[in-house]
Design a protein around this ligand. Structure first.
Ligand code: SF4
Ligand code: SF4
Length: 80
């Protein structure tokens, strides 16, 4: 079972994230939230839940918006 449904579409690098929240605004589906736990840099990092990942369209707007290049967006393999 290596179904593409299991592929994470969005990965947020908690260590790069500065907690600016621009990605939460950029996501047209409002799938990204801010954590309530401070990261090692002292910021509240962005996060996306598994449930919200399943609703992600891989539009990549969040990744384009992030000034710290902390978000990687992947598309499901079933495209190919
Ligand atoms: S790729 Fe698009 S839909 Fe998915 S979290 Fe980012 S902005 Fe939202
Ligand atoms: S835009 Fe980037 S730096 Fe800002 S909260 Fe989102 S992931 Fe973090």
């Amino acid at each position: 079972m290596k179904g593409s449904d299991d592929v994470r579409k969005v990965i947020i690098d908690e260590f790069r994230c500065k907690g600016c929240a621009l990605c939460t605004v950029a996501c047209p589906r409002k799938l990204i939230l801010m954590s309530e736990k401070i990261n090692k840099q002292g910021f509240l990092p962005a996060l996306i839940s598994q449930e919200n990942l399943e609703r992600c369209t891989s539009c990549a707007l969040c990744g384009q918006m992030c000034p710290d290049v902390a978000i990687s967006v992947y598309r499901a393999k079933k495209w190919g």
